[in-house]
Design a protein around this ligand. Structure first.
Ligand code: NAI
Ligand code: MG
Length: 359
């Protein structure tokens, strides 16, 4: 565990600040009730209003300001008056790319008390590990003869030996640690240049992990298996685009956006990793106090695990399950509890456990 980790808090837009308040309150409670934990939080009010006033999403030295933190806790970004590609390419992507957060980590875990659209959703518990720095989202390409009948658009997928290898190693390490199978999501039968290369590198890495059961499944069949046999997965390893799509499918299987956490990880530790809910700023419900804070709180738990406190991670998951069992649910889960009521319920059971109770 890093001694008194420094955490950059980026609440963002819409429901971002609402759910972030609950996460920050939780961290403060943990500090108060766990003598072995303290952290230093610094908030940055970079949001779409900042963009309107300054013409940019963050100050010129914004990345430098964030660089020295041990972790970044992010809410969500996006508002009607700023184009979405600006928030993505001038805020989220620069952080992910400059800080070499080349792993996107998303647990797909069905918690007791949450309804799934699947008839049999018990024991769904796996993680999607997505290559997060290159591949289909490399921002390489262009247009020719725009606005004419000869118009052409080219988007390049860039896959590198180094990029695939380091992500695959992380995924195999996770599979080994968890004692589960690794499923490689591919489409090398049709995308014969990049995906075939992807498979070759992943298979080479698999030789270093002979103890890990390895399988290769085509992405179309895999999507069906997510619905038919979600219990059969342990670690699913995917390229940037495939992982993005599978993550939303996975999230829908276990309760939807309000409960789905994610982590953008720089495994080398050279730069801070960033933890954020999968959902966006939800302008349709912003300001109403009804957003589900679970995804933000679960992301906070992932952050604590990353900082070396897997015990606190587990304790937060227990508290979420307990709060659900006690009937606490926000509107998206079919209940009528507010953001603050849900957050307070989870905190209550975290504190109880820190005081020695089993919940
Ligand atoms: P969204 O995730 O914000 O909302 C989709 C639907 O899910 C909405 O009906 C919303 O009310 C609901 N929802 C989301 N989070 C919820 C929560 N915690 N509790 C209850 N209901 C919740 O996605 P949408 O509408 O496509 O995008 C809205 C804005 O967010 C856009 O500007 C978009 O660019 C941005 N966005 C930002 C992301 C980020 O910061 N990482 C990720 C996704 C979208
Ligand atoms: Mg997505």
């Amino acid at each position: 565990m890093i001694e008194e980790p420094s955490i950059a808090i980026l609440p963002g837009d819409g429901i971002g600040p609402e759910v972030m308040d609950e996460a920050v309150a939780l961290l403060k409670d943990i500090e108060e009730y766990d003598p072995s934990f303290s952290c230093e939080m610094t908030s940055f009010l970079w949001d779409s209003n900042y963009y309107l006033e300054n013409g940019r999403m963050m100050p010129e030295d914004g990345l430098d300001q964030l660089r020295s933190f041990d972790a970044i806790l992010f809410g969500a970004m996006g508002a009607a008056h700023v184009p979405d590609d600006v928030t993505v390419w001038e805020f989220i992507m620069p952080i992910r790319k400059n800080f070499q957060q080349y792993i996107n980590y998303r647990p797909v875990k069905k918690l007791r008390g949450i309804q799934s659209p699947l008839i049999n959703s018990d024991a769904v518990d796996f993680v999607i590990i997505r290559e997060n720095a290159e591949g289909e989202y490399s921002n390489s390409g262009g247009k020719l003869y725009e606005y004419t009948e000869e118009a052409v658009a080219i988007q390049n997928t860039i896959m590198t030996e180094k990029g695939i290898k380091r992500a695959a190693q992380f995924a195999f390490e996770q599979a080994r640690e968890k004692g589960v199978k690794l499923t490689n999501a591919t489409k090398s039968n049709a995308v014969i240049h990049t995906m075939k290369f992807w498979d070759e590198v992943v298979e080479r890495v698999s030789k270093e992990y002979k103890d890990v059961h390895y399988e290769k499944v085509y992405i179309d069949a895999l999507a069906a298996l997510f619905v038919q046999k979600p219990q059969s997965f342990g670690v699913v390893f995917a390229s940037n685009l495939f992982g993005d799509i599978l993550s939303d499918l996975g999230s829908a299987l276990v309760g939807g956006l309000g409960v789905s956490p994610s982590a953008n990880i720089n495994p080398t530790g050279e730069f801070p990793s960033m933890f954020e809910p999968v959902h966006g700023s939800a302008p349709d419900i912003a300001g109403k106090g009804i957003a589900n804070p679970m995804a933000q709180i679960w992301s906070t738990a992932l952050m604590l695990e990353h900082l070396g406190r897997s015990d606190l991670h587990q304790l937060i998951i227990n508290a979420i399950v307990k709060a659900l069992a006690e009937g606490f649910k926000t509107k998206d889960l079919g209940g009528d509890h507010s953001t603050t009521e849900m957050g307070a319920a989870i905190r209550k059971y975290v504190v109880k456990q820190l005081q020695g109770a089993v919940v």
